[in-house]
Design a protein around this ligand. Sequence first.
Ligand code: GLC
Length: 461
Amino acid sequence: MTHIASATRPVVELECKGIVMKQFSVLCSLAVLVSTGCKKSEDGAVHKKPTEGSSAASATESIELSISCGSVGKDYDVCKEGVEAWSKKTGHQAKVVSSPTSTSEKLAVAQQLLGAGASDIDVFSVDVIWPGILGSFLLDLKPYAKGAENEHFPALIANGTIDGKLVAMPWFIDAGLLYYRKDLLDKYHAQVPTTWAQLTETARTIQDAERKAGQKDLQGFVFQGKAYEGLTCNALEWIASYGGGTIVERDGKVSIDNPRAVAALDLAGSWFGTITPIGALNFEEEEARGVFQSGNAVFMRNWPYAWAMAQDPGSQIKDKVGVAALPRGDGDATRPAATLGGWELAVSKFSAHPAEAADLVMYLTSAAEQKRRAISGGYHPTLPSLYSDKDVLAASPFFANLADTFKSAVRRPSTVTGSKYNQVSSAFWNAVHGVLAKQKSAKDALAELATNIERLKGPKW
Ligand code: GLC
C-alpha cells in the first residue's frame, strides 16, 4: 500500500512553565497547555484571559493572531496564502497553527482549548457539524459581518446560527463524490456505475484483470473506513442511498434500525478483502487519496479537494480521472446520496483581539478569497454568485456538472441532535466499523445502535 508523505508543516512551539512542546496536534500537550497558561515562544507575550468582546489592540498597533486552518490535502497551504494576504493588507500578523487531519481529533482539541477558556487560538476552522457543539464558546459575528452574511447560501448561515447568534461564517462546501479512473474504465469498456452493485462488479472485474496482468497492488474501491467522522459521512451515503434514512430524522426520530440500512451495510461489509483492502479500516481522506493518486485504485470516494490534487502537474493520474455522483442503492426508493460537508470560520470568545480576528474571518470568507481558493484548491464556494463566475467554472468540471449533487446533499443529523451530535456520530461510526471489521452482523449492530442512540436522546433531543 502506498502512503503519501504528509506535507511538511511548520511546528509551532509553545513554552509552558519551562517545557517546550512541539506539534499543536498532540492532545495531551494541549491539556498541559490550557491548564498551565502558556506563552508563545516567539514573542514572549503572556496570554491573559480577556473579557469577552474586548480588543486589546489599539487601531494602529500591530497584533498577532493565531488561526487553526485545516491540514488535509492543500488546506494548510491555501489557507496560509489567504492569511498572508490579510496580514499584508492590515499590517497585523497571523500565525497558522497546524491541526490534526481527522475532524474528530480536531474537535477534541477545540473542545479542550475552549472548555478551558484558553486564548491561544483566535480563529478556529469549524466543521459544519460543530456549531451546535461549540456555539457557546464562539463570538457572535453578526456585528462584524455588516450584511456580508446575506451573500452566502441562507441554509449555511442558518447552520452557523445558534440561539440567534451567528457563530460561524461559511468558508467552503463539501459533498461526497465518486472518483474513477477513466483510462481503466475505457480499457474494459465499462460504464461509470450508477448503483453500488454495479460499482462492486466493475471494481472487481477491473481489479482482478489488472492484477492478473501484473498490477498486483491495484484495489477496486477505496474510501474513509477508519472509526471517525469520515466513516459517518461514508456510511450515511450508503444508507441514505438505499432509502435507509439519516440515522436520526429531522423530527428527532431514531430511524437507523431498518432493513434498508442493514442491506447497505451488508454490501459495504462485503467489500473488505475483495475490492477494498483490509487496511482501509484505518483510512482517512488522505490515505484513500494516497492509494488512488499513486495509481492503485479504480474507484475512490472523497471530497472535492481530491480533484485539484489529482490534477496537479506531478500527479501520476493527471488527466486520467473522472468525477461522478456517488451510486445509489439497489431496489426501489433509492437515490444517489452525497453527505453534505464543509467548513466555516469562527472566533473564540476568549480571543484577546476579537475585532481583528473577526476581520480576518470576513476577509477569508469574502468573495475574492473564495474565488482564489476555488481556482487554486477546488474548494466549493459558499456564495451563490461564484457559481456563475467563468474562472471558477473553468477550474473544476463538477461546479456545473454536479450542481445537483451539491444541491441535494444529505445532512448529518447535527441540528436535531445539537450538542449531542458527536456522541451520536461516534456511536454510529463505531457500530459501522464493527460491521466492516466483521465483528458483528449489520442487523445486530444497528439494533444495538438504535437502543444506544435512544438512550442518548432521553425524553427529547
Ligand atoms: C470533510 C468535510 C467535513 C467532514 C469531514 C469528515 O472535511 O468537509 O464536513 O466532517 O470531511 O472527515
